[in-house]
Design a protein. Structure first.
Length: 161
């Protein structure tokens, strides 16, 4: 599984906005220069984040973008789902295969006939479980938690010298 560059740039842009929160907003020129990406490409990403209420556009000559909610409230999962979409990562495409039918028959032999009609794809169950664990982890990671970890590490490195 690989996320798009848009997700990478979106997350980094949000970290930059959160880090620069004392300045109210950051212009698209500064963001694109910091991230090394074109303004037009980054504008499309920021537009998605704005539409979902993660950032707010600040109009005017000194306008730009700012976080629409606190960095503690913006999870990595929020951002990924806005940019990548909210589709399921895995879908069983093999439910009519001989192997799938054999597993279903085995399950039916061990269970009652009601289970036979509702047989599930065991591969899909495992993959769904993995996706749930990934989502939970990404839900726990916020823009602020990453900034806190970076700050703590920087402070620790300074104290070592």
């Amino acid at each position: 599984m690989q996320y798009s560059k848009s997700t990478d740039y979106g997350l980094h842009a949000l970290l930059h906005l959160a880090h620069a929160k004392c300045r109210n907003n950051v212009g698209i020129k500064e963001l694109s220069a910091t991230l090394g990406v074109s303004e037009s490409y980054l504008s499309k990403i920021m537009s998605k984040l704005r539409q979902d209420g993660i950032v707010r556009a600040v109009p005017g000559a000194n306008g730009g973008y700012e976080l629409a909610r606190s960095a503690e409230q913006i999870t990595f999962l929020d951002v990924i789902q806005v940019i990548e979409g909210r589709q399921q990562m895995f879908e069983c495409s093999n439910s009519n295969s001989r192997q799938h039918r054999l597993l279903a028959e085995e399950e039916a032999a061990a269970c009652d006939r009601e289970h036979q009609r509702n047989s599930e794809c065991w591969v899909e169950k495992v993959m769904d479980g993995a996706e749930q664990h990934l989502h939970q982890y990404l839900r726990e990671q916020t823009i602020q938690s990453v900034l806190d970890k970076a700050s703590k590490r920087c402070h620790h490195e300074r104290n070592k010298k």
